[in-house]
Ligand binder design. Structure first.
Ligand code: PLP
Length: 403
């Protein structure tokens, strides 16, 4: 084999021009650095914009009590644990948070991970082994898809069902050999649309077909359920859902992930998950921030009420103006544009007008599903929400998205 005949691995990178082309058009919607972040308002290049795309649902990243908790933890434990939970990387705060989250979610045990992304990777390939089945909603978050791919590499099987379609879930469950273990995996609140899983039917089917359930509740905590306890609590089905996982990067105002469930299952994951064992533990500052936000979530339910009222206010105004929205009653309002270039232009015009949202374009979404995803905070004021609505309507008319 000559060197000339070998295909260069990096050829695809050199030939990848899409991002640069969008940048040249001045429409690039990604990686814009924020210089200052007050929560509902952020600053880009010294210019203030209303943030309508953050997952900081209760606005707690800017709360002085949460900031102080992080600073105190750094003073006591330093900036890093410099090792995995398994070895030298466990501090008192990790244990305290695990106990308090287990109690909050009404489960026996909790296990922390360093990100939500890693949490899926810690659970799915560890539990679903050779010959067993992952039964997955087609619209599950990318991190669950990546975790599933890992499990498939080790001999597990995948059975996917159409998005939140319980008839299709039953059809899929019927195709799985009776003797095989199976885990139904679904987002609680779907991250693109904000739609809530049909948990009552999913639970019934899981019972009928002897499947275990994992719900990723990243976008539900602090948003739905009893005092923000998420989707299983919203439906009164906490006992029926075997495992609930989530992230600290949204309502909890920090970084990291967790899973709660029965003692035996959490203990098994704790001692067998490479994503936990071979990765450094969440920093003391991150964990302390979550402990502080947890106190606030428990004791200030009015924040969640304000979040829902804020989101409903925008949702109703955009619907009235004629926009097509994805189905949601959570803190996410996704406006369907259904055209790649129009989505980019809309995003840029909003940015220039002082409103920051998320552009969902290919390959992140299927052709025809291009959209602008907005999300709201308890700490948005009416003036912020009105700005978002006004700019959406003006630009929507200009671009012919609404009439
Ligand atoms: C449903 C869902 N699961 C997992 C994650 C990953 O969480 P993290 O940001 O902590 O890695 C996200 C974040 O985008 C998410 O939306």
């Amino acid at each position: 084999m000559t060197v000339e005949k070998t295909k260069d691995l990096f050829k695809k990178c050199i030939e990848y021009t899409m991002a640069d082309e969008v940048k040249e058009l001045g429409l690039y919607p990604f990686f814009h650095p924020i210089d200052e972040n007050e929560g509902p308002v952020v600053s880009f290049g010294g210019r203030k914009l209303v943030m309508a795309g953050s997952n900081n649902y209760l606005g707690l990243t800017a709360d002085p009590r949460v900031k102080a908790a992080s600073i105190n933890a750094i003073n006591k434990y330093g900036t890093s644990c410099s090792g995995s939970r398994y070895m030298t990387g466990t501090v008192n705060l990790h244990v305290e948070l695990e106990e308090r989250l287990a109690d909050f979610f009404e489960k026996e045990r909790c296990l922390l991970f360093s990100t939500g992304y890693q949490t899926g990777q810690g659970i799915i390939p560890t539990l679903v082994q050779r010959g067993e089945y992952i039964v997955s909603d087609r619209d599950n978050h990318a991190s669950l898809v990546a975790a599933t791919v890992m499990a498939l590499g080790a001999g597990a099987n995948l059975a996917r069902y159409n998005h939140n379609n319980m008839e299709d879930l039953e059809r899929v469950l019927q195709t799985i050999p009776e003797s095989a273990g199976r885990l139904i995996v679904s987002d609680g609140v779907f991250s693109v649309s904000g739609e809530i899983v049909d948990l009552p039917t999913l639970v019934k089917l899981a019972k009928k077909y002897n499947a275990r359930i994992l719900i990723d509740d990243a976008h539900a905590v602090g948003v739905i359920g009893k005092t923000g306890r998420g989707t299983p609590s919203e439906f009164g089905l906490v006992k029926e859902v075997d495992l609930i996982m989530g992230t600290f990067s949204k309502t909890f105002g920090s970084l990291g992930g967790y899973v709660v469930g029965d003692r035996a299952v959490i203990n098994f994951i704790k001692h067998n998950a490479p994503a936990l064992i071979f990765s450094a533990s969440p920093t003391p500052a991150s964990v302390a921030a979550v402990l502080a936000t947890l106190d606030i979530i428990r004791t200030e339910p009015e924040l969640m009420e304000r979040l829902i009222a804020n989101t409903d206010y925008v949702r109703q105004a955009l619907l009235k103006a004629g926009f097509t929205l994805m189905p949601s009653r959570t803190a996410i309002v996704t406006v369907l544009i259904s055209d790649q270039m129009k989505t980019l232009y809309f995003w840029k015009k909003l940015f220039d007008a002082g409103v920051y949202v998320n552009a969902f374009i290919r390959p992140g979404v299927m052709p025809g599903h291009e959209a602008l995803r907005t999300s709201f905070m308890a700490t948005h004021q009416r003036v912020h929400l009105d700005k978002v609505i006004t700019e959406f309507c003006t630009i929507g008319r200009e671009l012919g998205v609404i009439s």
